[in-house]
Design a protein around this ligand. Structure first.
Ligand code: NAP
Length: 323
């Protein structure tokens, strides 16, 4: 098998490619870059693409996927596409319309994976980030088990092949897993995960329930968006990662990506730069030693880039729990 098409089996029988292409970019980046970068990523071998309604680029990402199907590079079934249900649509009656909106923007018939973007529900409406006059987020109150039931219905309707969650802590996962009448378990929990926040406890928990952990900000995040705490150290400048990279004649970015794959984590890498998109595919060309893995494990300092401070105070704010 071509190592580039390495996949992991999800608990519902579908397969997810272990390396995914991240498409989030801050608002000032022209959306056309998402189109060009996604097309290029598919051309050079990426088969897993991650986006979300929140990123406001599903039109371009969908166009990129469709153009690579149209020119014969891939078939629809070769691509694994993830979309996310934004926080303002967590009320159960809003779930299917939100997914249908994404599909309309994408011009696709189904998504491979639909995940709850975050457990923090926000006031429904057209604003992505509804705030009151004092600038505080306006929260909503939703039982996540009811949101989950609406996702199950989307899967049954064939709009999403698989369903999962994102930014859930283990207690929130447990709540879904223990829900009376649960029809489908979440296939994944997509969370921030990198050597400074290696999520070892959450990973162990997920593995014990056959839930795949998908790592975002695996390269240390983009450090420049409104969502990120930019006072944190720059991951890719870490001396330990640099030394391991040098030893393998690779880059710190590749070491950070490889680390996740070797510990059984599906990893996302965002780049809109052709050289770096291509570089990230080289994650399949080398292997870290057990000593390298241990040295990287020791870098964990529970440093969270996407700390979502504005969500503190919401009953479902996920990051107050240890994991
Ligand atoms: P990331 O993957 O950690 O990447 C951070 C930065 O690294 C990028 O801005 C990129 O800049 C640079 N980079 C990429 N490849 C590189 C390389 N080989 N060498 C040096 N630098 C490199 O960024 P992220 O966007 O925070 O996370 C990845 C994806 O996860 C997102 O795009 C999104 O799809 C998803 N995500 C999900 C959530 C969630 O709540 N579920 C939250 C955040 C992100 P250039 O573009 O300039 O190369």
């Amino acid at each position: 098998m071509d190592p580039k098409s390495q996949k992991v089996k999800l608990n519902d029988g579908h397969f997810i490619p272990v390396l995914g292409f991240g498409t989030y970019a801050p608002e000032e980046v022209p959306k056309s870059e998402a189109l060009e970068a996604t097309k290029f990523a598919i051309e050079i071998g990426f088969r897993h693409v991650d986006s979300a309604h929140l990123y406001q680029n599903e039109e371009q990402v969908g166009q990129a996927i469709r153009s690579k199907i149209a020119d014969g590079t891939v078939k629809r079934e070769d691509i694994f596409y993830t979309s996310k249900l934004w926080c303002t649509s967590l009320r159960p009656e809003l779930v299917r319309p939100a997914l249908e909106k994404s599909l309309k923007n994408l011009q696709l018939d189904y998504v491979d994976l639909y995940i709850i973007h975050s457990p923090v529900s926000l006031k429904p409406g057209n604003e992505f980030v509804p705030k009151d006059e004092s600038g505080k987020l306006i929260f909503d109150s939703v039982d996540l088990c009811h949101t989950w039931e609406a996702l199950e219905q989307c899967k049954d309707a064939g709009l999403a092949k698989s369903i999962g969650v994102s930014n859930f802590n283990h207690k929130q996962l447990e709540k879904i897993l223990n829900k009376p009448g649960l029809k489908y378990k979440p296939v994944c929990n997509q969370v921030e995960c990198h050597p400074y926040l290696n999520q070892s406890k959450l990973l162990e928990f997920c593995k014990s329930h056959d839930i795949v952990l998908v790592a975002y900000a695996a390269l240390g995040s983009q450090l420049l968006s409104e969502w990120v705490n930019s006072n944190n150290p720059v991951l890719l400048e870490d001396p330990v990662l640099s030394a391991i990279a040098k030893k393998h004649k690779q880059t710190p970015a590749l070491v950070a990506l490889r680390y996740q794959i070797q510990r059984g984590v599906v990893v996302l890498a965002k780049s809109f730069n052709k050289k770096r998109i291509k570089e990230n595919m080289q994650v399949f060309d080398f292997e870290l030693t057990p000593e390298d893995m241990k040295a990287i494990d020791r870098l964990n300092h529970n440093i969270r880039y996407y700390d979502f401070q504005q969500g503190i105070g919401h009953p479902e704010y996920p990051f107050s729990e240890e994991y």
